[in-house]
Design a protein around this ligand. Structure first.
Ligand code: ATP
Ligand code: MG
Length: 248
């Protein structure tokens, strides 16, 4: 009997996005990232082995400088790995050229940063729709409506970034990131610039996107309370993931 038939319910079960598909969407194997600062070589990642399953919401924690952002940038194809393998949806980013990596990033990855990075002259609608026009296969009004409603942005769509709170701006940035149905959202300290109340709103919305749409999310955070919104927490130190490694 195959594994699939063992875990499949005997009778038809109601659809639930919580049923994790078991295949990993991201796998890294012995992943290294070296930066070159003049003559000095800075090893930011020193052999990371990391796996994210479809439908997971994973937090990455660890001290400043341990390589969290570097890991996210390499996973998302924003930075080139120095050694090892990075598989995203079965594609090895390490063997790809720049153009191919950019294409994969546009279709499969959504980024959310600490600074919201919205275009100041466009209103919320424009900031979200531009992602669909540039990266997607055209404007999808249904997806747009579902996402903006879920993020509580329906009444804010005509506001420009300067006319919105930090929390609202970050929700627009999240809408922009997910509007094209990326395979994975990579969020680098998404609540780093927000007060407690707005952080809670943004985190519960990320959690809702994960639970209700099955959106896979990897989120860097320094805050254990933020990490508590995810299903799994991994810890990094000195360029490696230290979970499961006995303390010395
Ligand atoms: N462009 C770069 N050139 C040289 N060194 C870099 C560069 N970017 C990062 N580093 C170095 O790589 C290491 C890992 O940096 P990274 O930004 O990944 O850490 P981080 O865990 O995200 O830290 P923080 O919590 O402060 O954001 C650090 O020692 C950092 O100084
Ligand atoms: Mg960082």
């Amino acid at each position: 009997m195959s594994i699939t038939s063992t875990i499949r319910p005997p009778t038809e079960a109601p659809f639930s996005t919580r049923d994790l598909r078991v295949e990993p969407i991201v796998v890294t194997e012995n992943l290294w990232k070296l930066y070159h600062a003049g003559k000095v070589e800075v090893p930011a990642l020193r052999g990371v082995n990391f796996k994210v399953l479809t439908g997971e919401f994973v937090s990455v924690m660890g001290p400043s400088g341990c390589g969290k952002s570097s890991l996210l940038y390499v996973l998302g194809g924003l930075a080139q790995a120095s050694r090892g393998h990075v598989l995203v949806d079965g594609n090895d980013l390490v063997n790809m050229g720049d153009a191919e990596r950019t294409k994969l990033r546009r279709h499969k990855i959504g980024f959310v940063f600490q600074r919201f990075n919205l275009l100041p002259t466009l209103d919320a609608r424009g900031n979200i729709a531009i992602a669909q026009h540039i990266y997607g296969d055209g404007f999808d009004p249904h997806r747009f409506e579902v996402i903006t409603k879920m993020l509580g942005l329906t009444d804010r769509l005509k506001h420009r970034p300067s006319e919105m709170s930090g929390g609202e701006q970050q929700r627009v940035a999240i809408a922009r990131a997910i509007v094209n149905e990326p395979k994975i959202i990579l969020a680098d300290e998404p609540t780093g610039n927000l007060d407690t109340q707005n952080s809670e709103i943004v985190l519960s919305m990320l959690s809702q996107l994960n639970k209700e749409l099955g959106q896979t999310i990897v989120m860097i955070t320094h805050n254990p309370e933020a990490a508590a919104y995810s299903n799994r927490v991994v810890h990094m130190r000195d360029g490696v993931i230290v979970d499961g490694v006995p303390a010395d």
